[in-house]
Every structure is written in structure tokens, then in C-alpha cells.
Design a protein around this ligand. Structure first.
Ligand SMILES: O=C(O)[C@H](O)[C@@H](O)[C@H](O)[C@H](O)COP(=O)(O)O
Length: 231
């Protein structure tokens, strides 16, 4: 499917514009269906966007927020994406939003993935999905060399939360499958900096998804991908 590059002068301008766009999408879903669902990525890039979105007026009590992926750590661990979202997004006007975690303190990560799959089944299709990208071309926890990468990128596979381990991933990961993310009402790739722009250009110039899993999103997502970029 197609993608469109939206460039901004700086991260602040990008955060304001993306927060407006996502807030409008969520408010429209609430108006149409009485509820809205949002899946966001972790990492360092989205903080300013989360802060801007947390101040947007809407009936946040009708919005369910979850994570595109999560490190297999509890929410008090500094590596936790739940902690990141609790700190920067689930506050202010957005404090009333519901949060659906991917991490569950089960005996092992596969058991946690089964619980997360059950607990998130009611969220599909997402009204908005915000993806990030690593300099290795990963998105979500679709890492090059990931032990379940081919399965994760199979659009014919059921929507679910699955596990992923890879050299570049740090902790074992919990991640939505591509099939769970690909038909979002609003599908956004949010990247910042010259280095990530170069990684994007490289991704767009090739086709090997195992080498750069972001290519699966850019080329095969049924939803158009809006790429939000600032220097
Ligand atoms: O758990 C995570 O780390 C994210 O979900 C991951 O996919 C992230 O979006 C990229 O790694 C970019 O991270 P930065 O924004 O920190 O560069």
C-alpha cells in the first residue's frame, strides 16, 4: 500500500500536528461507535507527541490505549513502555483513558502473550496505530533476525500478541502481529532525525523484509502509512 511523507520543521511542530491528527481520529471513532482504540510505540521518539496528546480534550473515558509492543518487564522497570505511556500520556485530559497492558506477570512470556491476546481481542481494528522505527529498520518488535519474524509479518495469520527475541531487542518482547496493526484506521510511522531519514530511504530502496522489517509496513499494509518526520 502507499505511504506519504509529512515533514515538519522540528519535533515540537510534529508533535502538535500528530496529536491533533490522532485526537481527531479518536474523537471521530467515539462519535461513530461510542469507543476508540489506540496502539502506541515506546522508545524515546514519542515523548513530545504523548505530552501533546495528553492535553487534547475528548471523552477519554471511551478510549482504550495499548502498546504496539512491550519489553517483558513489569511496569516499574525503567525499560517498560507501560511506564513511558503512564508517565507521558495517561495524565492530564487523557488520565481517564483505559490502558490495556501487554505485560502480564505469568510464569513465562508465552503465557503472558496468551493472556495479552485474550485481553486485547476486543480492541481490533485499531482506530490509530503509531509506529516507531529503529536504525536497524525494525518496527514494533519486528526485529531483523527475530525468532518469530516470518510468522509476525504474515498478514494471513490471526491478530494476536506474540513473543519475539532478537539480538537487537534487548529483553524478550511482546508484540502485536502485523495482522493486528496493518488495517488501522490511521497508520502512522513517527521518526525523527537525519539518521532515521537515511534508514527510511534505504528501506524504500529495497524489498527484503527480513533485512528491514519496516518494509512490510511500507509495502504491504492495507492502510496507507503516513510518515511523520522532523529533523
Ligand atoms: O519498544 C520499543 O522500543 C518500540 O516499540 C520500538 O519499536 C521503537 O519504536 C523503536 O525502537 C524506535 O525507538 P526510539 O524512538 O527510541 O528510536
Amino acid at each position: 500500500m502507499a505511504h506519504e511523507l509529512l515533514s515538519f520543521d522540528n519535533g515540537g511542530a510534529l508533535a502538535a500536528s500528530l496529536a491533533d491528527r490522532v485526537a481527531a481520529a479518536l474523537a471521530a471513532a467515539v462519535a461513530a461507535r461510542g469507543k476508540a482504540t489506540l496502539a502506541v510505540s515506546g522508545g524515546s521518539t514519542p515523548k513530545a507527541f504523548f505530552e501533546a496528546l495528553s492535553q487534547k480534550p475528548m471523552d477519554w473515558s471511551k478510549v482504550s490505549v495499548t502498546l504496539v509492543d512491550e519489553r517483558f518487564v513489569p511496569e516499574d522497570n525503567p525499560r517498560s513502555n507501560h511506564l513511558l505511556v503512564k508517565t507521558h500520556l495517561l495524565k492530564g485530559k487523557a488520565a481517564k483513558a483505559g490502558f490495556v497492558p501487554l505485560f502480564h506477570p505469568e510464569a513465562d512470556i508465552e503465557a503472558a502473550a496468551r493472556v495479552a491476546t485474550r485481553e486485547t481481542a476486543r480492541l481490533f481494528p485499531f482506530d490509530a496505530v503509531i509506529l516507531g522505527m529503529g536504525t536497524d529498520g525494525h518496527t514494533a518488535s519486528f526485529f531483523p533476525g527475530g525468532n518469530h519474524l516470518a510468522e509476525a509479518l504474515d498478514l494471513s495469520a490471526p491478530r494476536r500478541v506474540m513473543t519475539m527475541e532478537a539480538a537487537g531487542a534487548g529483553e524478550p518482547r511482546l508484540t502485536f502481529s502485523f495482522s493486528a496493526l496493518a488495517d488501522a484506521g490511521l497508520l502512522v510511522l513517527h521518526i525523527e532525525g537525519a539518521e532515521k531519514k537515511a534508514v527510511l530511504e534505504k528501506a524504500l530502496s529495497g524489498t527484503d523484509e527480513a533485512e528491514m522489517p519496516i518494509r512490510a509496513v511500507l509495502e504491504r499494509a492495507p492502510a496507507k502509512t503516513d510518515i511523520y518526520w522532523a529533523p
